[in-house]
Design a protein around this ligand. Structure first.
Ligand SMILES: [Zn+2]
Length: 169
């Protein structure tokens, strides 16, 4: 399991719902948790490891053992607005202020197939919105201000070139 990087097309594709939560899904979630911590991330979506199924792992405290695994997560309610700096493991070196809902209620299934509901604010709410966006093929880049887009244009063009060169190799 490896991270996929911008502009890999799997990052802009919508992931499919998971119909059966089996050992393969549980193993995948465990591997994603390891990769998230190794990469010093606070969240990871399955798209980011090239798997187009609706699975995310989040760990807003970045502490081992404090992760939450969500299968087929959906934002049921969102309220308030806040702007905060975000980055993404799939777009290394790019950080920008992004506007998000301040509080969200997310419903999902856990790895036993049991429904769970999380109502939260702060960083946890931001991480959940960022990761659920990934499942819909949405990168935080698309939510940047035009000024930030201009500021990061060169870095993104470099990543485009690196990706094309790797494809041609
Ligand atoms: Zn991300």
């Amino acid at each position: 399991m490896q991270l996929v990087y911008y502009p890999d097309p799997r990052l802009t594709r919508s992931a499919e719902p998971i119909r059966t939560i089996d050992d393969e899904v549980r193993e995948r979630a465990a591997a994603m948790i390891d990769l998230m911590h190794e990469s010093k991330g606070v969240g990871l979506a399955a798209n980011q490891v090239g798997w187009l199924e609706r699975l995310i792992v989040v760990s807003p405290t970045a502490e081992r053992g404090q992760e939450t695994v969500l299968v087929n997560p959906v934002i049921r309610e969102a309220s308030g607005r806040k702007v905060g700096e975000e980055g993404c493991l799939s777009v290394p070196g790019v950080y920008a202020d992004i506007e998000r809902a301040a509080r969200v209620t997310v419903e999902a299934l856990d790895l036993d197939g049991e429904p769970i509901s999380i109502e939260t604010g702060g960083l946890a709410a931001v991480v959940l919105q960022h990761e659920i966006d990934h499942l819909d093929g949405i990168l935080f880049l698309s939510k940047m201000t035009p000024a930030d887009r201009a500021r990061h244009r060169k870095r993104l063009a470099e990543m485009d070139e690196e990706f094309r060169a790797a494809q041609d190799a």
